[in-house]
Design a binder for this molecule. Structure first.
Ligand code: SD4
Length: 331
């Protein structure tokens, strides 16, 4: 697994200062300067598939569009891609061979919408947005979420691609549930953005942990766990073992720490340290756990932190597009 920062694309405007950043220098610089600012608009998202997703978000943001529209458009890219095996169409199934999807969305007014354990719908994020905008509720699950989606004109499709089915059948031979950390360098996509107006929104979508029990729900559709946005302070989103993120109300914690004055990276780091402490208290092996947070504040400063090295995140600003390695607690 590589922990090298990969520079993907930058415009001629990309500054030498930015190019000099390494994950290590982000960490030490944060301590000195408490900043890693890019201004607005800006969008960041988890893992390397965030690069493509950010471009879709960027085309909304750079033309003056709203952060809410940007994050929805952005995460729909991996959701619709059958080759991305951890989100939407093509996602790995649960142990019964069923692809069940989790997603949530939050805007600058604290409007929220979420779906969990949703089957057969390629773009759960858009169903989550419809829950937010068209129902008196904030979360729909399982068959209720599916019935609502169908009533809104979403189309029922088979989401289990051949490759995922083959792998699942292979898995069935041993049926051992042991989620692998940093698998393929992409898992859940969490995306947070600030538009030209300075407003924040976020979206998070996933097929969850492969071969989970049917009905299992992770952090990704839970506001405050997998995603949180406070338009006065900042936004955060998470990836990794959802059980651990839920345990610390992860993204709410990150945003509250930013409210108390932490930089985005410091806030993510402190949340990760809490995961580390609780794992030790519970006498579990930290090596089996990955959690990564990314965060953005109202000044356009951003950062990330994770338990184990190997988590990266994509950032898109007017200066171009970058993939950055997150700081980490253990190698
Ligand atoms: C979950 N957080 O369902 C998601 C999955 C994930 O890396 O991000 N895996 O727990």
């Amino acid at each position: 697994m590589t922990t090298r920062r990969t520079f993907i694309r930058s415009s001629a405007l990309a500054s030498a200062a930015f190019l000099a950043h390494t994950p290590e220098s982000f960490s030490s610089e944060s301590k000195m300067m408490n900043t890693n600012a890019a201004g607005k608009p800006i969008v960041l998202s988890t893992w390397n598939f965030g690069i493509k997703a950010n471009e879709a978000a960027w085309s909304v943001l750079s033309s003056g569009g709203k952060a809410l529209d940007a994050v929805e458009a952005g995460v729909k890219i991996p959701e619709g891609d059958p080759k991305e095996r951890s989100v939407g169409y093509g996602g790995r199934p649960d142990r019964d061979g069923r692809v069940t999807l989790d997603a949530c969305i939050m805007d600058e007014h604290a409007n929220i919408g979420s779906v969990a354990c949703l089957e057969y719908i390629k773009h759960p994020i858009s169903v989550a947005r419809a829950v937010m905008e068209k129902t008196p509720h904030v979360m729909l699950v399982g068959d209720g979420a599916l019935q609502f989606a169908l009533s809104q004109g979403f189309v029922k499709e088979n989401l289990l691609v051949e490759e995922s089915e083959k792998e699942w059948k292979e898995w069935l031979k041993e049926s051992k549930y042991a989620p692998v950390v940093n698998i393929e360098h992409h898992d859940t996509i969490g995306m947070i953005a600030m538009d030209m107006n300075g407003d924040l929104s976020g979206a998070c979508t996933t097929s969850g942990m492969a071969y989970k029990m049917h009905g299992r729900v992770g952090d990704s559709p839970i506001i405050g766990a997998g995603l949180y946005v406070d338009n006065e302070v900042g936004a955060a989103t998470a990836t990794g073992h959802g059980e651990e993120v839920i345990r610390i109300a992860g993204c709410y914690l990150v945003v509250e720490l930013m409210r108390q004055g932490r930089t985005p990276e410091q806030a993510c780091k402190e949340a990760v340290e809490r995961v580390v402490r609780l794992t030790a208290n519970r006498k579990k092996n930290l090596k089996d756990i990955q959690v990564g947070f990314i965060a953005l504040n109202k000044r356009g400063e951003y950062g990330a932190y994770c338990v184990q090295s190997g988590f990266n995140y994509a950032v898109r600003t007017a200066d171009g597009s970058r993939l950055l390695d997150s700081g980490f607690a253990i190698q």
